[in-house]
Design a protein around this ligand. Structure first.
Ligand code: SF4
Ligand code: SF4
Length: 326
């Protein structure tokens, strides 16, 4: 994650990104140091080192990486020098204002060694990015990267085209346009991060006890699709606001492991003990929400947010994540 700063502030953003974040872009030094430790540990796409797949290789993301194009280019160069396989960039396409600039930037990234691109499309992005820019990005990405283009989620891309959408669409307008298609059923998304705060009206809620035995899906600790942010946080999977440790010294972290006494919240999450985490939070004055929770991640977030008001837990980072959920 080059930064949490984004041109958009999507309601479903797992990492609570927005234009309001301090830029704090990752430094070139950290990129070089961090990526050289990561390089040998990154597995290529099953279809080959120059192909891409969502859960293999390395993706440059944020926030919106194209907000700092120079840094993105440098990151791609470093990854290429380190022979990191299956690289791609993730974008919301805000920058695709005309064919010339779009083609130029994509071509430069390709020349520097980037293998492909992931283009985000859903009704939440469409509130911020005119769909004609998304269409342009898809068309020109296919021209530059061939088959190494992922559109996530492609069903929305086709639906927006069918509806003849070109501009930005407020969510309410999209709901009216698709009147018989309940939003909750259309959108495949994880109810975590900002989604847990801003999508409450679209989903049912349940009491905390509903989620106490439920495993994290996908698993909390896993050897694929983890994130490494610009503050040095090794973020497990999609769990915004949680840090397993400092990835700038990844070799040491891998060698010595995580001290769970120093990071008690990680202890509960790793042990899959949500009941324990709930009791732990209650010891710090937490009271269960009378309106319930959308998901296990919603409960987890609420507990963490509360705990952070009492103690500066080092595993709850970056702190700004918790301030940008609303
Ligand atoms: S989901 Fe993507 S485009 Fe939307 S705010 Fe988050 S990082 Fe930005
Ligand atoms: S419950 Fe918490 S730790 Fe588990 S996936 Fe959700 S946010 Fe991550």
């Amino acid at each position: 994650m080059l930064s949490y700063k984004c041109s958009a502030a999507c309601r479903h953003c797992m990492y609570a990104c927005s234009p309001k974040w301090q830029g704090d872009w990752i430094s070139e030094n950290d990129l070089e140091g961090g990526l050289s430790q990561l390089a040998g540990r990154i597995e290529p796409s099953p279809w080959g080192v120059q192909t891409i797949s969502l859960n293999h290789g390395l993706h440059f993301t944020g926030g919106e990486p194209f907000l700092n194009f120079e840094l993105l280019v440098r990151a791609v160069e470093i990854a290429d020098e380190l022979e990191i396989p299956s690289t791609f960039v993730e974008t919301n396409c805000f920058w695709c204002r005309n064919d010339e600039v779009t083609r130029e930037k994509l071509t430069l990234l390709k020349e520097k060694g980037l293998d492909g691109i992931l283009i985000s499309v859903n009704p939440f992005h469409a509130e911020y990015v005119p769909f004609e820019r998304t269409e342009r990005c898809v068309r020109l990405s296919v021209e530059v990267f061939g088959q190494n283009v992922m559109v996530y989620q492609v069903a929305y891309y086709h639906r927006f085209r069918q509806l003849g959408i070109k501009k930005r669409v407020p969510l309410q307008d999209y709901i009216e346009l698709t009147v018989n298609e309940p939003l909750a059923k259309q959108v495949e998304l994880f109810l975590m991060g900002r989604a847990a705060r801003q999508l409450r009206e679209f989903y049912p809620t349940y009491p905390a006890r509903t989620f106490l035995e439920e495993p994290c899906r996908p698993p909390f600790l896993r050897n694929w699709h983890n994130h490494f942010d610009n503050y040095g946080n090794l973020v497990p999977g999609y769990c915004g606001g949680i840090s397993l440790g400092n990835w700038h010294d990844l070799d040491r972290l891998m060698r010595e492991g995580i001290d769970l006494e120093e990071r008690p919240i990680l202890g509960f999450l790793i042990a899959r003990d949500m009941r324990g985490l709930l009791h732990f939070a209650k010891d710090f004055g937490y009271q269960e929400s009378p309106t319930g929770y959308l998901s296990k991640c919603d409960l987890c977030l609420d507990l963490r947010e509360h705990l952070l008001t009492r103690v500066d837990f080092q595993e709850l980072n970056p702190k700004e994540f918790y301030a940008r959920l609303g």
